[in-house]
Every structure is written in structure tokens, then in C-alpha cells.
Design a protein around this ligand. Structure first.
Ligand code: NDP
Length: 307
């Protein structure tokens, strides 16, 4: 194992007015980098205030294997910590590591009062029981919000940690004052990481939520009804402009690598931008917000220790 420590009222859908596209029919771009920068400035101030009270917020990240995408995600998370004044620990294990070694390390981090957040980068190699690993993380330090106790708390409307990607999407919607109450929200994708918690969060804000998946019939029928459309599938450009309601807010969670090496989302940005009212780009949309919300959860966890 290699450990690195960083330096540091009923509303009908028809009445829910959604943001409109700018003149010329081009959607407003919801810039995740700009919003993240603003939020991270606020987080840095909160981290400094905590340090003044003698508490340095700390996130421990565990990476198993050499998956290049995972390595990039972990690097971005560690960099995000450093720039915000959050200390980070990074444990890197070879792909064939005995899962017990990782579970023992999680137990050690659970017991360490100086660690406020623990994250295991997914996916784990096939010989791991991922659920068992996620359940081994103390729910009080589960800054990804994947532990069953935290999933249950979110479901009950009393979350301790909100999963970072849907949390980031909610912040983006809030930043644009997108009306949620009574809005038709359609989520494409039902994963535990994105789709399901996204549905819970939108439901908690009184949107009418539809969740589509690989077995859904007539996907376009659903997406065309959406005031808020969240795509979280992992299929390049599968949502095209003709599948979008004019003026809708389109949130593209997908990250797909194209043949030319460039990244794209699940939404075909070129055709969607002429129909949507607001749209997130890929890259530079939901991605940076995910990391920002991870930093937020870590800080909140550290703040709880001094309250
Ligand atoms: P999963 O593979 O876990 O889930 C994909 C979901 O899409 C499943 O529910 C699947 O349905 C559904 N799906 C697959 N094909 C279709 C189809 N043809 N029509 C409708 N639904 C379909 O992926 P994740 O939720 O983990 O991630 C989704 C995407 O978001 C990926 O591109 C991922 O890289 C990206 N991502 C981005 C993040 C960010 O920070 N921006 C963070 C996390 C993920 P079924 O359940 O029936 O199989």
C-alpha cells in the first residue's frame, strides 16, 4: 500500500414556468466550473474557520487498481482538497490486493478522530464485494453517502450525507432558480450512485419524478414531457434535441470517451442546445460539481465534530 498525505400547494405542471432559452433559441449554459469555483471559495473559508478552532478537515481516499479513469478522479479529488484547505490521505493498492487488507485499513480510518471522510473509489476489482466494502465505512464518515444507513436516511428525508453527484445537480438547479415544485422531472438511469438518489432529492422538493432505465419503453415519450431532464446513463449523445421539451432544463451527468479521445455526455449537446432552456456541458458541467460536493460533505463532517 502507498499512502500519500497532502499538504493540507399543488401546482399543475403547466403552471411551472421553466427558464427560457435565450433569444435565438440557444440554451443558457450552466457552467459547473464557475459555480464550483464560487462554492469552493466558501468552503475554503469554512475550512480556515475550522482550523482556527484546532480542527483540520481530512478526507481519506482509497484507490484499488490502476484504472486510468479512477486515477484521474482520485487525483482531482485530492487536488480539490489541497486547494480548499482540506487535508487528504491517499491509499493506493495493487489490483490483486486481498480485500481484508483494505477492510483493515477502513477500520483504522474509522477509528482515527483526525479523519472526517472516507471514500473508496469505485469500481473495485471483481474479487471484491463492493457492498461489503461500502458498508465497512463508518456511516459518520461516509462522505459519498453510499452506506445503507445513509441511503435510508436520504429516503426518509433526513439525510446525513447526500451522494455527491445528485447533490451537485441540486445545487446547479438552485443556482439557476429552476422551479422544482410541481415540475415534471425525468431521470434517465436508476443507479444507486446517481439515478435513485437524484429521484429522492427531486421528490423531496415536490417535483413529479419519473425514472427511466434500460427496460423503459418509449423513452422519448417520457423525456419530451420533462421540465427537468437528468441523463445518467453512460451512452454517448443518446438524448437528442427532438427528445427534449422546448425550454427544459437539461442536466447531463454522463461522461463518455469518444473515438477521438474527447469527452462527451449522454446528451447530444449540438441538437439539444437549440431546444433546451438551460443545459449543462460535458466536460465542465456536473463533473466539477461532484467533487465540490464531496469537499462539502467532508467539511460538514468535520464541522459536526466541533458542534
Ligand atoms: P450505471 O451504469 O450504474 O447506470 C446506468 C443506468 O442507465 C442504468 O440504470 C441503466 O438501466 C440505464 N440505461 C442503460 N441503457 C439505457 C437506455 N438505452 N435507455 C435508458 N436507460 C438506460 O451508471 P452510473 O449511474 O454510475 O453513471 C451514469 C453515467 O454518469 C456514466 O457515464 C458515468 O460515467 C457518469 N457519471 C458521472 C459523474 C459525474 O460526476 N459527472 C458521477 C457518476 C457517474 P438498467 O438499470 O436497466 O441497467
Amino acid at each position: 500500500m502507498k499512502t500519500e498525505v497532502s499538504a493540507q400547494a399543488n401546482v399543475s405542471a403547466a403552471n411551472v414556468k421553466q427558464p427560457q432559452a435565450a433569444a435565438g433559441g440557444t440554451a443558457r449554459i450552466l457552467d459547473g466550473n464557475a459555480l464550483s469555483a464560487k462554492l469552493r471559495d466558501q468552503l475554503a473559508q469554512r475550512a480556515a474557520a475550522l482550523k482556527a478552532k484546532g480542527v483540520t478537515p481530512c478526507l481519506a481516499v482509497i484507490l484499488v487498481g490502476e484504472d486510468p479513469a479512477s486515477q484521474v478522479y482520485v487525483r482531482n479529488k485530492v487536488n480539490g482538497c489541497e486547494k480548499t484547505g482540506i487535508r487528504s490521505l491517499k491509499d493506493v493498492y495493487p489490483p490483486d490486493v486481498d480485500p481484508k487488507v483494505v477492510l483493515d485499513r477502513i477500520a483504522e480510518l474509522n477509528a482515527d478522530p483526525g479523519v472526517h471522510g472516507i471514500l473508496v473509489q469505485l469500481p473495485l476489482p471483481k474479487h471484491f464485494n463492493s457492498d461489503a466494502v461500502l458498508e465497512a465505512i463508518s456511516p459518520e464518515k461516509d462522505v459519498d453517502g453510499f452506506h445503507a444507513e445513509n441511503v435510508g436516511a436520504l429516503m426518509q428525508g433526513n439525510p446525513r450525507f447526500i451522494p455527491c453527484t445528485p447533490y451537485g445537480v441540486m445545487k446547479m438547479l438552485e443556482s439557476e432558480n429552476v422551479p422544482l415544485k410541481g415540475a415534471e422531472a425525468v431521470i434517465v438511469g436508476r443507479s444507486n450512485i446517481v439515478g435513485k438518489p437524484m429521484a429522492m432529492l427531486l421528490l423531496s422538493k415536490s417535483a413529479t419524478v419519473t425514472v427511466c432505465h434500460s427496460q423503459s419503453k418509449e423513452l422519448a415519450f417520457h423525456t419530451r414531457r420533462a421540465d427537468i431532464l437528468v441523463a445518467a446513463v453512460g451512452r454517448a449523445k443518446m438524448i437528442t434535441g427532438d427528445m427534449i421539451k422546448p425550454g427544459a432544463t437539461v442536466i447531463d451527468v454522463g461522461i463518455n470517451r469518444q473515438a477521438d479521445g474527447k469527452l462527451c455526455g449522454d446528451v447530444d449537446f449540438e441538437s439539444a442546445k437549440d431546444v433546451a432552456g438551460v443545459i449543462t456541458p460535458v466536460p465542465g458541467g456536473v463533473g466539477p460539481m461532484t467533487i465540490t460536493m464531496l469537499l462539502t460533505n467532508t467539511l460538514e463532517s468535520a464541522e459536526r465534530t466541533v458542534k
